[in-house]
Design a protein around this ligand. Structure first.
Ligand code: PMP
Ligand code: GLN
Length: 383
């Protein structure tokens, strides 16, 4: 393994999922749902395979899917994008993120992340030969907030890109209007590109609204927005994602993407186009369901003795293990599958400064009610 990738030899999701399998534990570690997406969408994919949609799709993605992505953004947020030049279909959001970094950031540039951050960001920054700087979210009461002054202080003359993720994995934080406005102001003032990871855009709870960063003043021209069908339609294995932004930036993302995978997921593309156009009520009811599951698992964790943080969106809730007499989340998560029969993920693997995050563990609640109920039972047995 090359030096720049050595720190990223294996992902925590693979490790915890294999521990879960080994011990027959309920996997609340890796974030994936255990029910299928809308039946008609699945049928469109089956039909596409039967009808021979099995060869390379066009480089930027099938026109029907790009049109559906563009129409959805227009209907939902009033943001207009030319489907031919400003929308790029990728192999999951993961590829969009890597391609954006490889295609838009020079070696030696600095990329600013908030900490904790989704694990692929740091690896993609390293692949691009760039340097990452991180700014920690800070705890305020039972939630996390962005320290805008710290973010501002971390920008240097070398900073090229800021990566923003809201709703946020792993904490479930949803940035409020003030944080978004401050990010936008800073990005404009320091002329930064912004990579806005909005894969959980539909999964916000308690009558919050998702506000796309690109909709703020001055942001459309500097923002690459990344999203994915994975979390919206319960198809994490289909790996259909997209990048949206101004043509000049999308050109850079495409330049990298075409040599990473060229294209992907031909028969899934018409299915996602169908879902974006026809399955909005399915998404709304899945979201309501998830909100209920969030409340259910948060309650169970509280009952089991954890100090549980608020989750305002995503698949995830974080819990402090110190009230149970544990200090190290990594040790805790290595013990949990065998001793308790549940898998979780330590938050410290999403950070550069583990000391302040060691006591936090992330649980996924995107699971069937019976699975969550069984997990709740088992969590009472934490030694
Ligand atoms: N960004 C975040 C914040 C995520 O949580 C995930 C996946 N869990 C991704 C990106 C990757 O999305 P995809 O599976 O579409 O590649
Ligand atoms: N995004 C999911 C999570 O955060 C899974 C990602 C993965 O397995 N790479 O758990």
């Amino acid at each position: 393994t090359v030096a720049r990738l050595r720190p990223f030899a294996s992902t925590i999701f693979a490790e915890m999922t294999s521990l879960a399998v080994e011990h027959g534990a309920i996997n609340l570690g890796q974030g994936f749902p255990d029910t299928d997406g809308p039946p008609e969408m699945l049928e469109v994919a089956r039909r596409a395979i039967a009808d021979g949609v099995n060869q390379y799709p066009p480089g930027p993605g099938m026109p029907t899917l790009r049109a559906a992505i563009s129409a959805d953004r227009s209907a939902r947020y009033g943001l207009e994008h030319d489907p031919d030049t400003e929308v790029l279909v990728t192999v999951g959001a993961t590829e969009a993120i890597s391609a954006a970094l490889l295609g838009l950031v020079e070696p030696g540039d600095e990329v600013l992340l908030t900490e904790p951050y989704y694990d692929s960001y740091a690896a993609a920054v390293a692949l691009a030969g760039a340097t990452r700087r991180t700014v920690p979210l800070t705890r305020s009461g039972n939630e996390f907030v962005l320290d805008v002054d710290a973010l501002r202080a971390a920008v240097t003359d070398r900073t090229r890109m800021l990566v923003v993720n809201t709703p946020h994995n792993p904490t479930g934080t949803v940035y409020d209007d003030g944080s978004l406005a401050a990010i936008a102001e800073l990005a404009c003032e320091r002329d930064l590109l912004v990579l806005s990871d909005e894969v959980y855009e539909h999964l916000v709870f308690d009558s919050r609204r998702h506000i796309p960063l690109a909709s703020l003043p001055g942001m459309a021209e500097r923002t690459i927005t990344v999203s994915s069908a994975a979390k919206t339609f319960n198809v994490t294995g289909w790996k259909i994602g997209w990048a949206i932004g101004p043509r000049t930036l999308i050109d850079g993302v495409r330049a990298a993407k075409q040599f990473m995978t060229f294209v992907g997921g031909a028969p899934f593309q018409p299915a996602i186009a169908h879902a974006l156009t026809h399955e909005q009520s399915w998404v709304a009811s899945m979201r309501d369901d998830l909100q209920r599951k969030r409340t259910l698992l948060s309650g169970a964790l509280t009952e089991a003795g954890f100090d549980v943080l608020d989750s305002a969106g995503t698949y995830f809730v974080c819990a402090d293990i110190t009230p149970l007499g544990f200090l190290d989340g990594v040790e805790f998560c290595r013990m949990l599958p065998e001793k308790v029969g549940v898998a979780a993920v330590p938050v410290s693997v999403f950070v550069d400064h583990p000391v302040s995050w060691n006591h936090l563990v992330r649980f996924a609640f995107c699971k069937r009610d019976d699975v969550l109920a069984e997990a709740a039972q088992r969590l009472h047995e934490v030694p």
